[in-house]
Design a protein around this ligand. Structure first.
Ligand SMILES: Nc1ncnc2c1ncn2[C@@H]1O[C@H](COP(=O)(O)OP(=O)(O)OP(=O)(O)O)[C@@H](O)[C@H]1O
Ligand SMILES: [Mg+2]
Ligand SMILES: [Zn+2]
Length: 262
């Protein structure tokens, strides 16, 4: 059997050497032929090493970009923004009347507040007729938060909040009511659609208030959407929510023109 010393000797002692000339670099060098590899022109070797490093950096950059895209895709999936509204943008919202022009301007200002991660926490409320693009614009804000601001947005409805809170109260549940409220409290943006659709029970309006208030207290922005007019909205959510949505620059935008659904 060969000793380790002689194995290393075999590997690192050239089997042969030869004087060569590199045409590319115009230099003379000593080529060394080893058992496993050949050492040729030192400048060719340096160039190959440089190319390998560049290639590696390129691959790393690609992997990073892929990872980032995957993160965004996951956050979009987790947002529960309905498929129909995932690609809706503020830019894709047609402006055909003065109210739409005003609303788009206000929505843009609201969305921009997420850019540097320092949103004021004020709310935005969309009230009005079916098919006027309330859900469209709210989801567009959500998309912006996820794609452009590295944030986490969540779309929900009053019905879903009530269902999750109701389920949490069941003794088989693995999470508590407090868990549900805290989870909704954690998102950078929460969109609550279909406010005032069900004339709910006392417990149901409390669940909405608890979720809303958890965010309000922590200065987390919430967008509320309802088909009702201002009076109907106030009656449905109660004075405490109706007052809070207007606090600190919170805006209530009214969509009172005809449907785009045709
Ligand atoms: N101004 C607009 N420009 C482009 N698309 C619009 C506009 N208004 C509405 N839409 C489109 O019309 C459809 C209905 O809009 P959306 O669902 O957002 O209305 P909504 O106000 O939420 O209605 P509802 O109160 O019934 O939920 C969507 O596909 C939306 O993208
Ligand atoms: Mg809607
Ligand atoms: Zn060379």
């Amino acid at each position: 059997m060969q000793s380790i010393g002689s194995v290393l000797n075999d590997l690192f002692t050239p089997l042969s050497t030869a004087e060569k000339h590199c045409e590319k670099h115009g230099i003379d060098y000593t080529e060394q032929v080893f058992k496993r590899f050949t050492r040729g022109c030192p400048q060719c070797a340096a160039e190959a090493e440089e190319a390998r490093k560049l290639d590696e950096a390129e691959k790393r950059k690609l992997a990073e970009r892929e990872w980032y895209q995957k993160q965004i895709a996951e956050r979009i999936g987790d947002s529960r923004i309905p498929l129909r509204f995932r690609e809706k943008t503020v830019g894709g919202y047609r402006v055909e009347n003065e109210q739409q022009r005003y609303i788009v301007e206000r929505v843009k200002a609201y969305a921009t507040e997420f850019n540097d991660g320092s949103h004021s926490g004020r709310c935005m409320t969309f009230l009005g007729n079916a098919g006027t693009g309330k859900t469209h614009l709210a989801c567009a804000i959500g998309r912006h938060v996820i794609r452009n601001c590295n944030g986490v947005a969540r779309f929900t409805s009053v019905a879903e909040i009530n269902r999750l809170v109701r389920e949490a109260k069941s003794f088989e549940s693995e999470y508590t009511e407090t868990d549900v409220i805290e989870a909704f409290g954690g998102y950078d943006l929460l969109i609550i659609d279909e406010v005032g659709v069900q004339s709910g029970t006392e417990a149901e309006s409390r669940a909405l208030f608890d979720v809303f208030n958890e965010r309000y207290q922590n200065l987390k922005p919430t967008v509320l959407i309802s088909n009702l007019d201002a009076d109907g909205f106030k009656a449905a959510v109660g004075d405490r929510i109706a007052d809070r949505v207007k606090e600190d620059g919170g805006e209530v935008l009214v969509f009172d023109w005809g449907s785009s659904r045709g």
